[in-house]
Design a protein around this ligand. Structure first.
Ligand code: ADP
Length: 614
């Protein structure tokens, strides 16, 4: 376990509290207040009990006894009421704490650069921070619980010192019982208990930290091979046909072996606190002995024995808790540091601040100037030296074989990635200079691997909770989903998929694609990009999209990617890509005549199925 300096621990702890304050308002306060009252109450009771016993034995004054009894009843009553309220508030917030933690991660994920989402190192970093937090409360959770322990330790120390102060100075008249050596021995025993507890915590944490390193692998394997593979209906088809359960079983067996090793670790972890308990027991014994000997020689009355014995054992607990915190604090600071390393990942893409000019005439033009791009970790460019200009209102088709770079071109255009070389301009300004959200608002995209969500149909189309129902309906009709919409049991309010209840509707791949198209239409952005938008459609539905393409795209600038070359007839320009290079550009009628061109090859390769007779 790498060590952390005190100053760094302090800084990390302060930042941790800042995050808790922002994401989990009131949680630390309620937990701390509850612990304050909970820890203080027994001392107050002990003090009153000691006074009552002494009064019964010595003074026997009724009015004094009555005052003590009233005091203890009132304080216990008030304490119980406050504790009840604070416990309820604290527990409720603690239950919500896990959802609030989720918000920390979702906020960060949404602000990360897209390419970082695919980065294996960053994914591991997030998963490690997230899973350790969720499985054991490591880091932020420990900070909440640690605060409660700190309050308890503070009260235990302060109140028990207050209640035992007179013990050390009381005189019994017996030289041996009054010897200062007793005081030193008792305090040393208490300190030894604390030190043992602290050492046990450090050892326990060392094993635990090693153990935590494996949680990402453990969870990933369990979630995938233990759940996803069997539960996800989309995977279940392949799992059954290819008997992939054999693979899953092998991986799960590894988990079981690993779990057995963990059990051995658990046993080792329990050994250290066990050993510490023995020393703590001996320390308590020494305290009792000291109080009993002093009382035996008449240093104080019976009531005070109750007070001193209870207070001394609390003093021991306070010291142990305090020393435990000092040792444990390092572990949750290490976890917090991991969390902060993830939260501090830079968001390079969000640095632009220029406002995108809002134009009613949608006169936006885009130009790629000598753009090359290589995916992180790849050994060759996915796009090389691309120069391409989209004229306003142009319908541009992008053609090429699989892996030629078509989708990559779209991802760069939408700033999911930045070019490795060259620049992209919007109305003459480099796109990185624009405010990201404003820039991205210019594009409606239907990606090949689009995703719909288990919300209602209308919310899926509008990508929002409140929306214009008439417009959503109109877009669905335009995208060819009109008839299906009529059949839906609750129209636009029908929930898609069954993740959130039996009443959800499963839609086919083609219907999902039409819904995604409707979503792009609803956004009504000046640029419309369709990446294989008809791949899942039947020939009739595909024909409908083609024939209505100009109506769908309207006067927007549209980029259309499809392998069905017939679709390019209704595009003004065709850009042909091969191995990341833009190799041809022109109208369909021009390109189809260039016999040595890529487009000619692609066109005739596809056309032969329709012209040759078997
Ligand atoms: P197309 O859309 O023309 O089929 P792509 O633009 O998806 O092609 O891919 C172009 C090249 O980039 C391919 O060689 C592909 O393997 C590679 N590629 C695509 N996405 C990634 C990625 N996320 N990481 C690494 N390489 C990728």
């Amino acid at each position: 376990m790498s060590r952390m300096r005190v100053r760094e621990r302090f800084a990390v702890t302060v930042r941790g509290f800042g995050i808790l304050k922002k994401y989990c308002p009131g949680l630390v306060r309620d937990k701390a207040l509850y612990e304050l009252i909970n820890s203080l109450q027994p001392f107050v009771s002990v003090w009153f009990s000691a006074r009552i016993i002494d009064e019964i034995i010595l003074g026997r004054r009724v009015e004094v006894l009555a005052a003590y009894v009233a005091g203890i009843v009132l304080i216990n009553f008030l304490g119980a009421v406050c504790k009840g309220i604070l416990k309820r508030l604290g527990d409720e917030k603690e239950a919500l704490m896990w959802c609030w933690f989720g918000k920390i991660f979702s906020d960060k994920q949404m602000s990360l650069d897209f390419e970082d989402l695919e980065d294996a190192g960053i994914r591991h970093q997030r998963q490690e921070a997230e899973e350790n937090l969720y499985m054991f409360g490591n880091g932020l959770g420990q900070l909440v619980w640690g605060t409660a322990v700190l309050v308890r330790a503070g009260i235990n120390l302060a109140a028990s010192l207050f209640l035992t102060g007179t013990l050390f100075f009381s005189r019994s008249g017996n030289a041996a019982a009054d010897s200062p050596l007793w005081v030193a021995a008792v305090l040393l025993c208490i300190l030894a208990g604390g030190i043992c507890n602290s050492r046990a915590t450090i050892k326990e944490n060392e094993i635990f930290m090693e153990w935590c390193k494996g949680t990402v692998w453990f969870n990933r394997t369990f979630m995938f091979f233990g759940k996803e593979l069997y539960m996800n209906p989309e995977r279940a088809k392949d799992v059954r046909i290819y008997e992939q359960s054999v693979l899953a079983k092998r991986e799960l067996d590894k988990l079981i072996r690993r779990n057995r090793e963990n059990q051995r670790d658990n046993f080792r972890m329990a050994l250290f606190p066990g050993a510490a308990s023995v020393v703590i027991g001996l320390a308590n014994g020494a305290c009792y002995l000291y109080v009993v000997i002093k009382a035996f020689f008449g240093a104080f009355g019976v009531g005070s024995i109750v007070q001193y014995v209870a207070a001394l054992s609390r003093l021991g607990e306070g010291v142990q808790e305090f020393m435990y915190l000092l040792s444990d604090n390092e572990m949750y600071c290490l976890h917090l540091r991991k969390l902060f390393e993830y939260l501090d990942l830079p968001n390079r893409r969000y640095q632009g601040s220029l406002t995108v000019e809002k134009r009613d005439d949608i006169e936006y033009d885009i130009e790629f100037c000598d753009v090359s791009f290589r995916y992180p970790g790849a050994d060759k460019d996915a796009l090389s030296h691309v120069n391409l200009k989209f004229r306003i209102g142009e319908k541009l088709a992008v053609v090429g074989r699989n892996g030629s770079g078509k989708t990559t071109l779209i991802k760069l255009l939408c700033r999911l990635y930045d070019p490795t070389q060259g620049e992209i301009f919007l109305n003459g300004v480099e796109i990185r200079k624009y405010d990201y959200d404003e820039y991205i608002a210019l594009f409606s995209v239907v990606f090949q691997d689009f995703k719909l969500f288990s919300f209602t149909l209308g919310q899926n189309v509008a990508a929002g909770v409140k929306y214009d129902r008439a417009r959503a309906r109109e877009c669905l009709i335009k995208a060819g989903m009109g008839e299906r919409l009529e059949e839906m049991p609750r129209g636009l309010d029908t929930c898609l998929y069954r993740d959130f209840g039996e009443n959800g509707v499963e839609i086919s791949g083609g219907e999902a694609q039409k819904t995604a198209l409707a979503r792009a239409l609803y956004k009504d952005a000046p640029f419309m990009i369709l990446d294989e938008p008809t791949a899942a459609l039947d020939p009739v539905a595909e024909y409908e999209v083609y024939s209505k393409f100009n109506e769908i795209a309207g006067d927007r600038t549209a980029v259309y990617i499809s392998h069905r070359l017939a679709s390019y007839r209704f595009c003004d320009t065709v850009a042909v890509f091969d191995k990341g290079h833009l190799v041809q550009k022109g109208s369909h009628d021009e390109l189809v005549l260039e016999e040595d061109g890529m487009y000619y090859q692609l066109w005739h390769a596809q056309a032969q199925y329709y012209t040759h007779r078997g």
